[in-house]
Design a protein around this ligand. Structure first.
Ligand code: PHE
Length: 341
């Protein structure tokens, strides 16, 4: 019995086979357990000789089981080390770090350029009320312009019936600033804006930088100089051929759109070349009604305001053909335009 058992243990392949052997020998109904149980029925003499023999047998079998178990564990570890072998000579994958989004980088550029001209940054909420987004900006009540902005309206408040909006432009920040500070005012308001619109040059969420200057004796010459200087610096050219084309905004009078002369044939933007004009921003002298609403006397103070689309200007400057991938969070797109770190 002993020799067979010890041999079987020594050649057991695997933990389960070994466990089966242990149960068959030392388990409750095992052969050696049976022998041990038999001791009770023996005479004291028999027990004196048989006891040590059977106990010795049990100890040797237990020792053989433990030894084989250790062998199997070592073999298993060996096999795992072989299969999980790491080739330390392989080149590492390049580490990829995050970066600032294209729009925010361009916005930072703009803020820096206006900061150089003495503007400070003002901010307002993305969710606006009708007063700041429209009424205070001289949009007549029930005027279709409210709908023209393709406004996202929030569900009306069940108690007051008030319908908040996702701000359609950054102009409400003009109102908040004029109502909370006294002139002179020189601010820019960069931020997110929202309109129901989606195609290659429009996304439902986009970004604007609004500018506002209020002081004594401010006139359109100041507006023109500020914008021409900014645009030339933004596009890194000596000077810019610009034209101010009459336009209408409820909150400015007179109002204009600024166009720059450029050649875009062949997909490359060449500024101050060719004979096509491209609209890049809206601007004008702040309407007296707007000043009055904000508690500023239009006979004492005048000012100008402007608003431009950050994403649109980024497209132009960096030759991005479609606006929609800007907000699809694909890091390959960002690195393609050289924006990632
Ligand atoms: N708020 C205007 C728009 O979003 C832009 C603008 C700002 C025009 C300030 C004039 C003055 O279309």
């Amino acid at each position: 019995l002993e020799l067979d058992l010890i041999n079987a243990i020594g050649s057991a392949e695997g933990v389960q086979a070994l466990e089966d052997l242990r149960v068959s020998a030392l388990g409750k109904a095992g052969s050696i357990s049976g022998l041990l149980k038999g001791l009770g029925a023996m005479s004291p003499d028999e027990r004196r000789t048989e006891g040590p023999r059977i106990n010795g047998l049990r100890d040797r079998v237990a020792a053989a089981l433990a030894a084989r178990k250790a062998e199997l564990a070592a073999a298993e570890l060996e096999a795992r080390l072989k299969s999980e072998h790491l080739d330390l000579t392989l080149p590492p994958r390049p580490a990829r770090s995050g970066s600032v989004h294209a729009t925010l980088q361009v916005m930072d550029e703009m803020v820096a350029l206006f900061a150089d001209m003495g503007f400070s940054v003002a901010e307002g909420p993305d969710i606006e009320d009708d007063f700041h987004n429209f009424t205070a900006l001289n949009f007549p009540p029930k005027h279709p312009a409210r709908e023209m902005h393709d406004t996202f309206f929030l569900r009306p408040d069940p108690e007051t019936g008030e319908r908040k909006v996702l701000r359609t432009h950054t102009s409400p920040v003009q109102i908040r600033t004029m109502m909370s500070t006294t002139p002179p005012i020189r601010i820019i308001a960069p931020g997110r804006t929202f309109r129901k619109d989606s195609d290659a040059t429009h996304t439902p969420m986009f970004h604007q930088v609004e500018g506002l200057v209020i002081d004594r004796d401010i006139h359109m010459g100041h507006l023109k100089w500020t914008l021409e200087t900014f645009v030339a610096r933004f596009f890194e050219v000596e000077g810019i051929d610009a034209r101010f084309r009459p336009h209408h905004f409820p909150f400015t009078e007179p109002s204009a759109e600024m166009d720059i002369r450029c050649d875009r044939s062949g997909g490359v933007l060449k500024l101050n070349e060719g004979d096509s004009w491209m609209e890049i921003l809206g601007c004008g002298m702040v309407h007296p009604n707007v000043l009055r609403t904000c508690g500023i006397d239009p006979d004492e103070y005048q000012g100008f305001a402007f608003g431009m689309g950050v994403d649109r200007l980024a497209m132009l400057k960096y030759g991005i053909p479609d606006l929609r991938p800007m907000f699809e969070a694909d890091s390959r797109w960002l690195s393609h335009y050289g924006f990632s770190a």
